[in-house]
Unconditional design. Sequence first.
Length: 487
Amino acid sequence: MHTMIKTDYLVIGSGIAGLTCAHLLSEFGNVLVITKGELKSANTYSAQGGIAAVIEKEDSFESHLNDTIKAGAGHNKESAVKYLVEHAPKAIRFLESIGVKFEKTPVLEACHSRPRVWRTSDFTGRDILNQLIKTVQKNKKISIKEYIDAVEIIESDDGCHGVFAREGDETELKPIFAKQTILATGGFGQLFGRTTNTLGSGGDGLALAINAGLELEDIEFVQFHPTALDLEDKGKYFLLSEVLRGFGARIVDQDGKQFIQQFDPRGELAPRDLVSRAVFFELMNGPVYLDMRHLDEKVIKKTFPNIYKQAKEYGFDIVNDKVPITPVAHYACGGIPVDLKGATKMPGLFAVGEVACTGVHGANRLASNSLLEAVVFSISIADSIERSVEIDKDRDPEIKDIKPPEVVIEDIAQVKAYSSRIGKIMWKRAGIIRTKEGLEQAKKQIVEIPARDYRIQHRQLVCYKILEACLNRPHSLGAHYISDELA
Ligand code: SIN
């Protein structure tokens, strides 16, 4: 990296939120996208479900809004949900305008009153990201730099000026100055031992925000997805989309019996937090399976070609066998609080996608509202930056004579070992079932990890905040389930 880089807009992260923002902001200035890994390493790439939107005339915004709030256990910010659902058709049109080809009919996922999830196939995230990558790569006003890690926000009295970043294996940080910085770094599933999130989902954006003095919101609401193919012996978990249950897939116990109905009459299509807990409890008695053997083989293979193929590569035939499942950490419902324009409390700093907390998800996100939120609020950020009179579009973001912070970089094997230790602690103590004592213990165990490397220190910081947020909410709500709440 050259000693110093300056840009109009700095976008950190290359998933659906980051690249949508980059594309839209390029209309107003130069954009630099930095990403920690390679472009395609974003979590969006593995998103299977789709995008929820009211397109059909039999459907209504009111119904989408009510479903979102019901799934979110009423903890949602209603004004944000209203904004989300009313702007969903525009988000779909935007994606179509860059070449995403949605199927003609929507599908059903849990807690939606009717089918309204638009997909391109069973790997919708991958198709969207491929189109976005094509779009930004041919845009001359967008530069993309891979393997750049944003380590600290550069701030002064007038807000954010960009970030100090590390390129590849370098040991020194360099400043990247920007008039406006957009955090689109994704979630933190990797802080939990069991997740289908990609390796980059370690809560990086949250660590940047915490270190810059920003508060976080709703981070105790970690959504666990109930049906990941359990490949524990390979150290992996592979998502089996909720859309499969929308098509009639059953969750069964070791005797082949359905059991979710004992917890909720909606059975397999009950809210995700509830189904995850039911599966988790049943796993104490023995293995739990997803069973599709009663469904039409041809339909399943045609509707879920990628899931079928991928599971087969892992040695499982989803149409002819029941397959072992486990819940996994899936999505952060909270994050850095932002307003409807994606603005954080710090001037010059925006957040969008999973790293942000718009309040739309409440205590438990409704299926397929996440890709939607990323697009809707990226459009909103670009619109508001264009129209804002408060934002000084000519401000020189450079700060002279600033010294980048020094960071310690430990051996990668050591970093991995500490990450794995963190994952075990968080899964055991801040996972699907939490107790006050377990959370307190986890706090101690997390700070005791003698890490000096900044990457682990960032993870420790975010975990600590998650644990504190859990402890600050002594009663269960949505995805936050605390079993000794009455003690
Ligand atoms: C899934 O396909 O089950 C995940 C969809 C989502 O998280 O919204």
